[in-house]
Design a protein around this ligand. Sequence first.
Ligand code: SF4
Length: 436
Amino acid sequence: MMSVARKIRILADAAKYDASCASSGGTRRDSRDQKGLGSNEGMGICHSYAPDGRCISLLKILLTNWCVYDCLYCVNRVSSDVERARFSVEEVVNLTLDFYRRNVIEGLFLSSGIIRTPDYTMEQLAEVARQLREVHGFRGYIHLKTIPDADEALLARAGRYADRLSINIELPSQAALDALAPGKSSQQIRQSMAGIRLKLDEAREHKAQAQQIRSLPGRPAAAAPPPRFAPAGQSTQMIIGADASDDRSILQVSAGLYAGYRLRRVYYSAFSPIPHASAKLPGQAAPLVREHRLYQADWLMRFYGFDASELVLPGGMLSMDMDPKLAWALAHPEWFPVDVNRAPRETLLRVPGLGAHSVQRLLDARRVRQVRRADMERLGTAGRKALDFVHLPDHRPGAVPLGAPVREPTARRRAGARAVHLQPDLFGWAEAPAAA
Ligand code: SF4
């Protein structure tokens, strides 16, 4: 019989391909240089962000890497010859509690290959969460991957115990699914997302109604607790670079998912080749910078009012050389310079360097007086970078022409980095994006 340690090795390794709980953009650290303690690489533990912004460590494993599907890009597909393993529900529960008690993790990210039927698999996943919550009073974070074809009642059950649910959209189109993930249906995946959205909406309504109830006859004044359903919402993951979809179509799919199913987050996972891969797949990994640019564009669509079609170049792809906001600004000189003292919030948000927080500070300041160059400089690097794109009573851009290369922040130059002219990173010198 396979030991639990062996199962962890196999099933934590198999789970590492799922990016939908990852904290993207973090730097890799380890202690191989004998300095510091621990590592954030490898498999088994990943990091995610709780709804209140805390970064938390999760035990990230699969219930099993057996799967009846044959998605060509997946190492767990039925035709793959990887070593297989399967945890029992109790084993996952005990592992989670054990790591939790030892303070190694703050929660669980549980996914699975599909065994027997989608309902059977979903039932097992939900049972892990139920036992943790009801039998052991587990208060940690639980993220369950849900199975698209599973019965609605099982999804409702999973949502009662999990903080977050996710269903992978996998690829941007049905044509791509037909070619690379036979048996998967985009319509079915979206139906399941719609079912989760309905339940999220119902839970929100119940919560609002419960707050209006002040007392019941014979009971002390109190609001009835609303039924719980995945308070951290739902997310999804899309593999990029496994098919020929361009960035425009990927971002349009994301925009549709955010609007239609109220997703908290679409995760982009750059395709990487797997052993004994099908000839239908690209022989090379998709560049990580493409994944990074998609995250930046996604952020701009959700919080800065950009549309997918504005952000891509004429060929339908994002610029790989510069962040999408700067690329857009350079392609639209007619928008600049922006008058900081008159421009509406939506226009200020389009100024490279200005993040939502900086824009709010400028709006607050200009309510009481005129914003001047010194105010921009007080915003720090972000404000100084934005000077190329704005005008103020005591400042006109022009000393540096639009599009001229921008130097790295001083601190990095002092740290000894090569003094080259670099494209500024949208999130490097503006506010960092808060992951969901
Ligand atoms: S259903 Fe999931 S686990 Fe199974 S082969 Fe497809 S991607 Fe892999």
